[in-house]
Design a protein around this ligand. Structure first.
Ligand code: SAH
Length: 471
């Protein structure tokens, strides 16, 4: 079949829903669902499809007849091109509505679970500038918008410092102002770019693997500390020093100025040496009087204010009295473990990344917490009968796995352990629903509470409290 035939146009269709992966949903006259990238529920549109499958189409709105009342003006000049904040054109209360709905749908449709009365989703006070960590990429061949290509303006140089275009590993959109991280994030990024251009420091070319400047990471903390890390492709000392000295002088508020020389094919820094150029090799974050040390490789929840809310809900759900043995699975740098420690007899944290466990121990020491223990290992391997025999049966298990959810072996082990309560924190309610369906054999869902950590995106966090069924 020719491509043309597959690409159909449906006219005057109402967009009815929003959900998975940030897409909105309409129904074609033949009954199939259409997933759209650029509309808001309530819009009435003409749709051009570009993919057809047995049960659905993928497409985009090409003409708008009615604009939804759920619409609002996006704040960002890069909206529509940048893949970052795809729901900016939807009012915040509607974003929350669809996030809540997505969680409920996943739990009932994937998990086939019976739900208690659902507590309304907790929105974020900050709708913009809520992130504490951003990573920008350099490119010598920036993404041009259609408008730029069609105009006869001089497009200037082709260098970019910004974000990947969705689905394109080698295309970077140059960012003028990002609304996700508070200042001086934008100021630092723009200064790095201008200085590099003025001083002829070359920008990376992913295809050819050439150029000096690779990535820029900026981390900020709620107590005003700032980390800047620049990743270079090669060891050009003079140019590197010039740039770093310039940053040091222009932004004396930088707490930690670091760099990496990475000549590998990809730009993850996790297997690379990080060099501290100026200041400390870490910054501090604070939460409820606890201090957490964050280095270049540490994981820390990216919305600090909402992380505090998420942890409070987790602690409330655990409702500890002081006598419990608590396991904190997928503990990262041990933040949840330390957050609940005061209310427990002891807390055992488990995590796969050795550096994170080192940080967890160091943080607990600094915070004078004496009833936490941390262990490195893959959950599917270490969480066995020996581990239980050694550390004692937990009364409460808190689990906060990555997007893929828990390994089946871990879920089965949870069924064996039979802890009185499980608090399941998840950033992907689809995999959470899958795991809960297995746990349903022995556990009842008592509470479920969604939390919005990422306004303007479709992402949503969900906390579920499970209680062991009585025989
Ligand atoms: N609870 C922490 C971190 C949650 S992120 C916090 O709130 O900060 C999930 C964590 O699971 C990450 O730190 C990741 O390194 C860890 N992880 C991923 N797969 C794992 C596995 N198979 N075994 C143990 N830990 C794992």
């Amino acid at each position: 079949m020719s491509r043309k035939k597959r690409n159909q146009v449906f006219t005057t269709i109402e967009v009815i829903d929003a959900g998975a992966k940030g897409k909105t949903v309409a129904k074609a006259p033949d009954g199939r669902v259409i997933f759209l990238t650029n509309a808001v529920p309530g819009d009435v549109v003409d749709i051009q499809t570009f993919k057809k499958r047995k049960a659905f189409y993928e497409g985009k709105a090409i003409n708008f007849h009615t604009l939804s009342e759920k619409r609002t003006e996006p704040k960002c000049e890069h909206f529509g091109t940048c893949g970052g904040c795809k729901w900016q054109h939807m009012k915040y209360e509607d974003q929350l509505f669809f996030k809540q709905k997505e969680v409920t749908n996943n739990l009932t449709r994937i998990g086939h679970l019976e739900l208690p009365e659902i507590t309304p989703i907790l929105g974020s006070k900050e709708k913009y500038f809520y992130r504490n960590k951003m990573e920008f990429s350099f490119s010598d061949s920036r993404w041009l918008t259609l408008e730029e290509i069609q105009s006869d303006r001089d497009l200037g140089d082709k260098n970019a410092l910004g974000f990947h275009i969705p689905g394109m590993w080698d295309k970077i959109l140059d960012i003028n102002k990002c609304h996700l991280q508070a200042d001086p994030s934008n100021a630092i990024r723009l200064e790095v770019k201008n200085f590099a251009l003025e001083n002829k420091l070359s920008f990376f070319n992913t295809r050819n693997q050439t150029g000096l400047l690779r990535t820029l990471m900026i981390r900020t903390s709620s107590i005003g500390e700032i980390m800047v890390l620049i990743q270079f492709f090669s060891d050009a000392k003079e140019k590197r020093t010039k740039l770093l000295d310039h940053l040091k002088e222009t932004f004396p508020e930088i707490t930690s100025l670091q760099y990496v020389i990475n000549s590998k094919g990809n730009d993850t820094i996790y297997d690379q040496e990080v060099v501290c150029y100026h200041g400390r090799d870490h910054i501090f974050e604070e939460m409820e009087g606890l201090r957490f040390k964050i280095n270049a490789k540490s994981f820390y929840q990216t919305n600090s204010a909402q992380a505090f809310e998420l942890y409070k809900i987790t602690r409330d759900f655990a409702s500890l009295s002081g006598n419990e043995t608590v396991y904190d699975l997928y503990t990262g740098t041990g933040t949840i473990a330390q957050f609940v420690a005061k209310k427990a007899k002891k807390v055992i944290g488990v995590e796969a990344v050795p550096d994170a466990i080192m940080a967890a121990k160091e943080n607990a020491d600094r915070n004078n917490i004496e009833n936490t223990e941390f262990y490195v290992g893959d959950m599917a391997k270490v969480f066995d009968q020996n581990f239980l025999a050694k550390h004692g049966k937990p009364d409460v298990i808190i689990t906060d796995p990555p997007r893929d959810g828990m390994h089946k072996k871990v879920v089965e082990q949870l069924l064996n352990v039979e802890a009185e309560k499980i608090v399941y924190v998840s950033c992907n309610s689809a995999t959470q629903a899958r795991d809960l369906a297995i746990l349903d054999e022995k556990y009842t869902i008592v509470k479920t509470q969604a939390v919005d950590m990422f306004p303007q995106t479709h992402h949503v966090e969900n906390v579920v409290l499970l209680k062991l069924k009585q025989e």
